[in-house]
Unconditional design. Structure first.
Length: 216
């Protein structure tokens, strides 16, 4: 896994988490939840596989990927604001899903993935969506309004796209032969740890705040 592979992993983690939180407004039964999970697994796998054949076609747009990621960051932020203020679920899910799929294609064309890698990445999204959906049920009991809580998580996705916009050009032109694999992947792992830590802190903060509100 190179840097773009790590970036793609972050996209899938935040995409699955955001979709799970957004559909957390509904009480999906096990069949519907598994169906949604399987659908996300298939879509991600197909997109990563299709990127092999789209690499040449998208090569002419590579110089503009940074700008596109910046536009995605702005669009996700707007979708976050709309959901937090108006609770418009359909727009938020469509925006997150569409931009995530575009990001999967863009990042997949910048790296080389084998069949096993595609299965693993798709499975990670499958697991994250399933787990976060169940966690979302706890957040419904929080003192703060659920759309505001979900909006905070959507903001992470927007920030990630902004980071991609700033680092894409330098990452694409990076000479990997100058670094060991450990040195190359260390920033990616650190970024993954930061994202996971922020999510955990937000969940704990919401639960603590809710408990304090209930005891007052």
């Amino acid at each position: 896994m190179d840097l773009f592979g790590g970036y793609l992993l972050l996209v899938l983690i935040l995409f699955a988490g955001n979709v799970a939180l957004l559909v957390g407004d509904f009480n999906l039964n096990k069949i519907k939840l598994i169906s949604l999970d399987i659908l996300s697994f298939i879509i991600i796998f197909v997109l990563m596989n299709a990127s092999i054949y789209l690499k040449d076609a998208l090569s002419i747009l590579q110089d503009y990927f940074g700008i596109m990621f910046l536009m995605m960051a702005v669009i996700i932020f707007i979708a976050m604001w709309i959901y937090a203020k108006k609770g418009n679920l359909k727009i938020s899910i469509c925006v997150i899903s569409l931009l995530a799929m575009i990001s999967v294609i863009f990042l997949s064309t910048q790296s080389v993935f084998g069949m096993f890698d595609m299965l693993v990445y798709s499975l990670i999204a499958f697991v994250i969506l399933f787990v976060v959906y169940h966690i979302s049920k706890l957040l419904h009991h929080a003192k703060r309004q659920y759309p505001i809580i979900v909006g905070e998580y959507m903001c992470l996705f927007s920030l990630l796209m902004f980071i991609f916009a700033l680092t894409y050009d330098s990452t694409r032109t990076l000479d990997y032969s100058m670094f060991s694999s450990f040195l190359i992947l260390t920033p990616v792992y650190q970024l993954i740890y930061v994202v996971i830590a922020i999510v955990v802190i937000l969940v704990i903060g919401v639960l603590i705040n809710d408990n304090k509100g209930g005891n007052s």
